[in-house]
Every structure is written in structure tokens, then in C-alpha cells.
Design a protein around this ligand. Sequence first.
Ligand code: PLP
Length: 395
Amino acid sequence: MDKVYYFDNAATTRVSPEVMEEISDYFTKSYYNPSSIYTPAQKCKELVEKARKRVADAVGADPKEIYFTSGGTEADNWAIKGIADAYGHKGRHIITSSIEHHAVLHTCEYLESKGFEVTYLPVDEDGLVRTEDLLAAIRPDTILISIMFANNEIGTIEPIEEIGAIAKERGILFHTDAVQAAGHVPIDVNKMNIDLMSISGHKLYAPKGVGALYIRKGIKIKNLLHGGQQERGRRATTENVPGIVGLGRAIEDAVSHMEEETARQARIRDKIIDSVLKSVSHCRLNGSRTKRLPGNVNISFEFVEGESILLLLDMNGICASSGSACTSGSLDPSHVLLAIGLPHEKAHGSLRLTIGRFNTEEEADYVIEKLPPIIDRLRQMSPLYEQYLKENGEK
Ligand code: PLP
């Protein structure tokens, strides 16, 4: 099996050829430390500033509001801990959702251990936060609302503009983890009243190990990393110049091709969803049908285990996921699928296929051809399925 059918773009993306070409010089030729004063190093500094402008332009921010990080996890940690640290004297209550990535959830749990109180909002059956729940959770001591832009497992896009408006009206800071959304759906931090926003490079065809945190001008935030004066004194460590240049190029490319690329991915997504739901019995789509990332398919199959599906797909060269990449390896059902109301057994049988820029219609056809017989084969071996057939007089 030589060809790899990569349908796990929410876990990570390939570095695009354009990004690769743009960054390659900065490993071996123009490798200088941007803080040094000699001319070649100053050129590196200019490149970092050019990338900052590209990231800012992509989300409607000012370049001075963009701070480079090592990825989405650091951006989430910095946003939430940094705000808790800076505004903890005003209030010690934070609101988030129950379907956040662990980079947010575990950070909130850490803050709980430090005496903060956190409300984890429930979501509806599509994974959407209800604004009435948010309004009911707000207290006089609420200092931060952190709700993800789009979910990494089920692809649901949250009502960010409405949440931003509520936060602004109540004078509460609003952070959004836009790791799965940036470069994939339109973002305007001003229109959406976003105060802090996390971005990651390796979800949009830039290298791993680079990301950014947008911090609205005027917001106080404590540093996460202490050391040198990089990033205007807010984030120490020598800049990852190739990564930063790559992020700038990747996000600019993504935004300039967004309209046609999202339409193309959504077409492939819908083809897979429609075909699988039609040809396989006892399965359901997880997440919203309409408020959905263009590249996300997440389907639960009854009577089978997600891990077994992955194994058989892998034998056919198809790379997919049964939960978020960070939790695969654990046998616990996904907290996101449980939060949208799936019982354990259905949550266990879920499959996530995430489409990216390099996936073709032909590759989707291959998945559509291979998947139904795999489910069928697994069900033939499933005692749960046998029991179901007996109970329903089908055997
Ligand atoms: N937030 C979300 C929604 C994610 O999907 C991920 C990665 O899967 C992260 C945060 C963490 O990003 P990174 O891998 O860049 O640390």
C-alpha cells in the first residue's frame, strides 16, 4: 500500500509547497537571531514583522496585537492563565464550554486548583453553546469567557459574534481558541468583539511548533514565559523565524483562497456524509449539518469500535481519527461526543475524517468505496450487532 489517503487534517496538515519554499532559506542561510544588531540579523527581524502583519491582516487585527507562540496550546495557556493572573484581583470566575480542547479545559482545571471558579457550559445536540446559558452563567466576578471558534472533533462553529457581543456589553474579556478555524473560515476580531484569540500553524499548512495569540490593544496580561525581551517584552525566547515566516505565508495563502477552497472542501465533505449516511444503516452525523467546518466529517456507527474502524481503514491506506489526535490512545470516549448527548457505546463507534487542501474528489470516492464494507465486516463480528438482530427478529 503505497498511496496514503490522508483524511486527518484536523490533527495536522502537510506544509504547503509555497510555505516550504519561502521558509527553507531561514534554516541554513538566513538563520540569524533577530535580536542581533548586524545587518543580516536585522533582515530576519524584518521578516518576523512582515509575518506579523500577514497574520494580523488575515484576522482584521493590528500587527501590534499579534504575538507569536509555539502553537495553539501555548496560546490557550497564555490567554487564560495570563488573564486570570492580571485580572484575578477583580474577580475569580471564568466561563468556558464543556467541549473545549484539553489545552483550554486542563488550563481551567489548573486555575480551579488555584482558587478560581470555572463554569463549563453545556452544549446542545449539535455542539452549540446556547447564549441563554451563557447569560445565565455570567456573574459580577466573571473576568473571562473562553469559547472555541470551531470544535476540533465535530467541526461545529460556535456563535462567536453573539458571544463577543454579550461579553463586550457586560465588560467581560472574550478569548476564543480559533486553532481549527483560522485560515478555514472568515474571522474579524473587531466585528466579532474577540479580545484574545489562539492560532496554530500546523492546522493551516505551516510547520508545527508555531502559533500566535491575538491580544487586543489595552488588555493587561501577565507573561507565561519569563526571560528575554522578545515579542515586545511579552513572550521570551528567540523567535522561531522559519516557523513564523511560514505561519505568515500560510495564513495569507489560506485567506486569499478561502472562498473557493471552502466550497471545494464542503462539496467533498457533503459527498462523504450523504453517501455514508445513505449506504450504512445505524449511523448518525455528529455536529451541526450547517454550522460546520468545511472539512469536517464525524459519524458514529452503532455496534462497532472507532479504533477497529481506524485499523481497517489504515490497512487500506486511509488515515483518519476516532477522536481528537491528542486523546487517541486513550480508551475513554470523547468528552465532546458525550457532551452532545451520545451514550458511551455510540461515542465509542465514532469516526472523524477531516478534509484538507490536498484531498481530491477521487480520494473521497475511495473512502466512500472502502468504508461501508469495513463497517459491515466489523458488524459481522460484533456480539452487540448479533444481539440487536436477534432482538429485532432480523436473524
Ligand atoms: N485547540 C484546538 C481546538 C486544537 O484542535 C488543537 C490541536 O489539535 C490545539 C488547541 C492545540 O494546538 P497545538 O497542537 O498547536 O498546540
